[in-house]
Design a protein around this ligand. Structure first.
Ligand code: C2O
Ligand code: CU
Length: 459
């Protein structure tokens, strides 16, 4: 219910109610967490929902009195939430009002290759493109962002990213917290480096092994807090950063109950003390605030991400179900097509199977419906090395093993992005449900731009 979102917390408002920050040494005052608006469909029937998504330029006052040039979808920074029911056709009119090409990639969606918005489906400056696909995957938090060659990392950095919530009956019946902006909140975590002139200058911030910044933004809010009015609070965590990995904990050492990963609900809630979220990954957690008398902060190491402030308002009771959904067993299929992908190098030397991305080369082929088992190797590690977040388009996969062992309990659901630790080996299994050309790549966006990407043709 969009009405329940306090107006002051809406995205993109340029606050004038606070005095201009006197000096950078004064800590930014805490602000209410901005909530992306729920996008109003242009058409909605039982079978179909239609939206218009517009890439545009904007300005934001991340700090009071400072104006930053940004990019956003239908707004100044980031984008709205598109909601779709499982079984509906999602029809999106995408408009590019920028002066440069972009593309609209639906990260995590199971869809035909030509609707996926990868580097072959760019939308020229000023152009419009329509896509439509039937949503047949379970309830999940998906997201969308640009994917044009050479401009993905920069456009995401400047603010282009939005959310898609897939809903279904099975998840609705569980009575999980699901009232947007009341007990169910998106939490898009990004790190940025602001220049002295308060700008997001990508070229200046650029780092070949992943552009990172010292300032954290959550839904575009600096130093955010959230007033908690219910016992159970659901956070849909999205790592929308170019390259930073997060290790999320609660400041009071309480466990979070993880209920979903990238592609939907887990079979049961999993208590996590520390949640790793690599670029592109999502995790939904529920936090029980019943015993809180003090604010509790979601931390990334020693850095505050989001403060939860309990209020004295009467809190709804509520208990998490002990079982969520029945997932098919993640087992090694018989007669699978087996592939090995080796991720190597650092900085500008990154490759997959010793090759850099070439849009004119098909790297792999597969048949629709054919079981796949991919062994993903991260060959770095001798000199420290770094983690590569592997992402595959057009499917949700299951993790068979991480370094030969069963994946952690919170990684046993549907995934589309998985961290390959330095020197590590991750095995995944899946089937393509549609045809077309799909990308797979490192979701460290600077590595992706340097060519740590390949494409598979499914027929
Ligand atoms: Cu989130 Cu190929 O990307
Ligand atoms: Cu990488």
């Amino acid at each position: 219910n969009q009405r329940s979102i306090p107006r002051h917390a809406m995205m993109g408002r340029q606050s004038t109610s606070q005095p201009a920050a006197a000096s950078p040494t004064i800590k930014t005052p805490a602000r209410p967490l901005a909530l992306p608006p729920l996008l109003k469909p242009t058409q909605q029937t039982q079978r179909r929902v239609a939206y218009t998504v517009i890439a545009r330029t904007g300005t934001m006052a991340f700090r009071a009195g400072q104006t930053t040039k940004t990019l956003g979808y239908n707004g100044n920074y980031l984008g709205p939430v598109l909601q779709v029911n499982r079984g509906q056709t999602l029809a999106i009119t995408t408009k590019n009002t920028l002066t440069q090409a972009t593309s609209f990639h639906w990260h995590g969606a199971i869809l035909p290759g030509n609707a996926d918005g990868g580097p072959h489906e760019t939308v020229a400056a000023g152009a419009t493109k329509k896509v439509a696909f039937k949503v047949q995957q379970p309830a999940a938090t998906l997201w969308f962002h640009p994917h044009a060659m050479g401009s993905t990392a920069k456009q995401v950095y400047q603010g282009l990213a939005g959310l898609i919530y897939v809903r279904d009956r099975a998840s609705q019946r569980l009575h999980l917290p699901q009232t947007y902006g009341v007990n169910d909140f998106p939490v898009i975590i990004q790190d940025r480096q602001f220049t002295k002139q308060h700008q997001l200058d990508y070229e200046q911030a650029y780092q070949a092994d992943g552009t990172r910044g010292s300032t954290l933004l959550v839904n575009g809010t600096l130093n955010p807090y959230l007033k908690v009015t219910t016992k159970l609070v659901r956070l849909r965590l999205v790592n929308g950063s170019n390259a930073r990995n997060y290790q999320l904990t609660l400041s009071n050492h309480q466990a979070m109950q993880q209920i979903a990963d990238d592609g939907g609900l887990l079979s049961r809630p999993v208590a996590v003390q520390r949640l790793q979220l690599s670029p592109g990954e999502r995790a939904e957690v529920v936090i029980d605030t019943a015993k809180l008398s003090q604010p509790v902060t979601v931390m990334n190491g020693r850095q505050a991400v989001l403060q939860l402030r309990p209020t004295t308002a009467k809190r709804q009771l509520g208990r998490l179900p002990t079982k969520l959904v029945t997932l098919p067993a993640a087992t090694m299929p018989k007669q699978a097509q087996k592939r090995t992908l080796t991720f190597s190098g650092m900085g500008r030397m990154v490759t997959i199977n010793r090759q850099k991305f070439d849009p004119d080369r098909i790297d792999l082929t597969a048949q629709r419906g054919q079981p796949q088992v991919w062994t993903l190797k991260n060959s770095s590690g001798m000199m420290g090395g770094m983690s590569h977040p592997f992402h595959l388009h057009g499917v949700q996969f299951r993790i068979l093993s991480v370094n030969g062992a069963r994946p952690a309990a919170n990684e046993r659901g549907w995934k589309d992005t998985v961290a390959l630790p330095p020197g590590g080996v991750v095995k995944i299994t899946f089937k393509f449900k549609d045809r077309g050309i799909y990308m797979y790549h490192c979701h460290n966006l600077e590595h992706e731009e340097q060519g740590m990407m390949g494409q598979i043709k499914v027929s």
